[in-house]
Write a protein that binds this ligand. Structure first.
Ligand code: GUN
Length: 301
């Protein structure tokens, strides 16, 4: 049997449609629109593409956005001053500092400067702590997108053994906290594998749901799975491809062709988790606007 494709492009378009309606309603109630500021330091081409796509997505749903470009020779003080200005700027209720930063700029201290109430990326230590304790304000966008993909495809992680490959601060660690909470849409048994894990295939073979966020192209093949596993591939790796105009193509951390006949369902790369990350950024930005205007989400009451 060939695996079902979990279509992140389609699911994210549904979410964007829902958000467009919500933003229109908030605009008619308040006369204002949610606003997102994105800070990009340097000229990494992949980051520039992500940031451009975030701006386009904001426009589509009616969120005001502005990208602040800082040159690659910026120092920590330049970045800190930009963030401090945005913290005070009422036009923006969301701030995103695109990672990675050029070497010499400390990520942790930059993230610590973002007002936690505007931290729509959910990466400030306050928001990380809230997530760990099961009362999140902003859930980091990729973990939130993975959870939403599972739920909207009918694969509730509750009671399932979820194995996560990767322990990054952006994906692996917050995702393990998110899916192990005693909350609706979570409540999974979570195991995290990483570069220190011995005999990783002995663990990945136990997964009902396997989430791979290791940044290593094609690291998972069919020998590492039990039949009928649900696979979420978070990897976005650029590999050289001279048949493309761009000179590269994107592949995931999972060897799609190897696993497609044994997995129950899988996300493609591109078109799986990537578009969901952006949709969740928009959702957090709308949530932040609601928080600031004291307008609780009707769906949550
Ligand atoms: N770089 C890659 N993914 C992300 C993300 O989710 N947030 C930020 N700030 N930078 C990223």
């Amino acid at each position: 049997m060939t695996a079902e494709i979990i279509d992140g492009k389609y699911i994210s378009s549904q979410i964007r449609n829902e958000l467009s309606a919500e933003v229109a309603s908030l605009h008619s109630k308040t006369g204002n629109r949610p606003g997102l500021a994105v800070v990009l330091v340097g000229n990494d081409p992949a980051s520039a593409t992500y940031v451009r796509n975030k701006g386009i997505a904001c426009d589509e749903v009616g969120i005001t956005s502005e990208t602040i470009l800082l040159p690659s020779n910026s120092n920590e003080e330049d970045v800190l001053n930009t963030i401090k200005d945005l913290n005070k700027d009422d036009r923006f209720n969301g701030i995103l500092l695109q990672l990675p930063l050029p070497s010499g700029i400390n990520e942790d201290s930059m993230l610590l400067t973002i007002d936690p109430n505007k931290d729509v990326d959910g990466l400030h230590p306050y928001n990380v702590g809230r997530l760990m304790q099961g009362s999140p304000i902003f859930i980091p966008c990729t973990p939130a997108g993975v959870q939403e993909l599972l739920l909207r495809s009918g694969y509730d992680p509750s009671g399932q053994h979820v194995v996560i490959c990767g322990r990054s601060n952006i994906v692996g660690k917050p995702l393990s906290a998110l899916l192990s909470q005693k909350l609706k849409g979570a409540n999974a048994t979570v195991t995290v594998c990483h570069t220190g894990t011995k005999n990783m295939q002995d663990i990945t073979k136990l997964a009902d749901i396997l989430i791979v966020a290791a940044g290593r192209p094609n690291m998972i093949d069919k020998e590492m799975l039990k039949p009928n596993t649900i696979i979420i591939d978070v990897g976005i790796n650029r590999i050289e491809d001279n048949t493309r105009k761009s000179g590269f193509r994107l592949i995931g951390d999972v060897d799609f062709n190897s696993v497609k006949d044994i997995a129950r369902a899988i996300t493609p790369v591109p078109g799986g988790v990537g578009p969901m990350t952006i949709a969740m950024l928009l959702k957090n930005t709308v949530q932040s606007f609601r928080n600031m205007h004291n307008l609780p989400d009707e769906k949550l009451i």
